[in-house]
Design a protein. Structure first.
Length: 403
């Protein structure tokens, strides 16, 4: 429950100049905007962020853009023009953070790199997100999330044991980068306030966050020479953990992460005999016999409906969940109770639009989805004329829309 005396969002007063596009870096600024930062998103005049054209659309309006750019302001500027450079420099005077994801050196060539902007505003923090980072032999290679998923090692371990490597069907590399990048920005903001007020440049490669999230692979290889392979939906370190089909054609994931949970699963399914089986006595024994245990569980689960399996395992404290599609998720009572999906009105889409809500629940200063992604150039007048003081003629001669 949120405190009735809730204050303003915790990042109110933080100004973020978002020069980035597509997914990884814009997701980082989405998290900052969710908790109150003013995020001014700079887009190319005429066409905007390429994210507007990604994925499904309704009446030509890109739906994923509405999520990733929620709570942001859209301003159109061409960095190739003197006016665009002047406007970025003017915004940088008061910005706390600049976020960009161009190839190394591009902003420097345009005259708006970190050296220039930090000279204008020494407090500024610049986050640069690129495929392989600002240094090293691969720094000039094109890089994005799909490459990072393979490069970092995720695709190698994903898939069935006897099948090919599988890359995810969604933006895992980009999305994981967005989470990590938002954390780095917040760390730099804290460091600035606690260590004298000077900003700094953050260099983040898209593969780095996912590489760290992949677990103990590096230390296992270093100390034991192990190279993790593919094992489908199994975990290499805890058994059982897999997907099982029910007699009504649905699926359930069952996970026995510790001994008591494993025993609760067995009791819930009426398979107490498995608890004392020498092959399954403890996790290390089960790790040697995953297939045998899964066969026994599947025989039992396959005779039950999904509702029956869930009722039994919830009652006994066994860990399981339906394998939900998005319709099931949105109708789930836990999702509804925690308001994990939020509805906001949107003029472009002609009514309410639902999307995932802000991550986390603050008791006193909660974040919020205040509006969906803006129309291209929707805030040109507010930012360029009312805030920076450019004239209407200066803006119009650049071919920029004024609402």
């Amino acid at each position: 429950m949120n405190d009735a005396s809730a204050g303003p969002p915790p990042l109110e007063g933080v100004m973020v100049l978002d020069l980035s596009n597509y997914l990884a870096a814009p997701m980082a600024t989405m998290y900052l905007a969710d908790y109150g930062a003013e995020v001014i998103k700079i887009e190319q005049p005429g066409r905007g962020d390429g994210m507007r054209m990604w994925g499904n659309n309704k009446n030509g309006v890109g739906l994923y853009f509405k999520v990733i750019s929620r709570n942001k302001k859209s301003v159109t500027l061409d960095f190739h023009t003197p006016f665009g450079v002047r406007a970025v420099k003017a915004l940088a005077k008061d910005a706390d953070v600049v976020v960009e994801n161009f190839r190394p050196g591009v902003l420097d060539r345009w005259g708006i790199g970190y050296k220039v902007l930090s000279g204008i505003n020494p407090r500024i923090i610049m986050l640069s997100v690129t495929g392989f980072g600002q240094t090293g032999p691969y720094k000039d290679r094109p890089g994005f999330g799909s490459l990072a998923e393979a490069y970092a090692g995720f695709s190698h371990i994903n898939g069935e044991a006897d099948g090919p490597p599988m890359s995810p069907s969604w933006g895992l590399g980009d999305s994981s980068t967005g989470i990590g990048a938002a954390f780095l920005v917040m760390t730099a903001l804290y460091g600035r306030e606690s260590q004298g007020g000077r900003g700094q440049h953050i260099d983040m490669a898209i593969y780095e966050q996912l590489f760290t999230m992949l677990g103990p692979q590096v230390i296992n290889y270093d100390q034991l020479g192990l190279v993790q392979g593919r094992s489908g939906s199994r975990l290499s370190f805890a058994v059982p953990r897999n997907n099982f089909s029910t007699k009504d054609g649905k699926w359930v994931l069952i996970a026995g992460s510790n001994q008591s949970i494993f025993e609760n699963i067995c009791r819930g399914l009426g398979r107490e005999d498995l608890i004392g089986d020498p092959r399954f006595l403890d996790n290390r024994a089960r790790m040697k016999n995953p297939g045998a245990l899964e066969d026994e569980l599947q025989k039992t689960v396959g005779r039950m409906t999904l509702d029956d399996v869930m009722t039994r395992l919830v009652d006994t404290g066994g860990a399981a969940t339906p394998i939900n599609d998005v319709k099931m998720v949105m109708e789930d009572p836990q999702i509804v109770a925690r308001e994990s999906v939020v509805s906001v009105d949107d003029q472009e889409l002609g009514g309410p639009v639902r999307m995932q809500n802000v991550v986390g629940k603050f008791s006193r200063t909660p974040g919020a989805v205040r509006h969906a992604g803006p129309r291209l150039g929707q805030h040109n007048r507010e930012i360029l004329i009312e805030r920076l003081g450019f004239s209407e003629e200066e803006v119009r001669v650049e071919g920029l829309v004024l609402e």
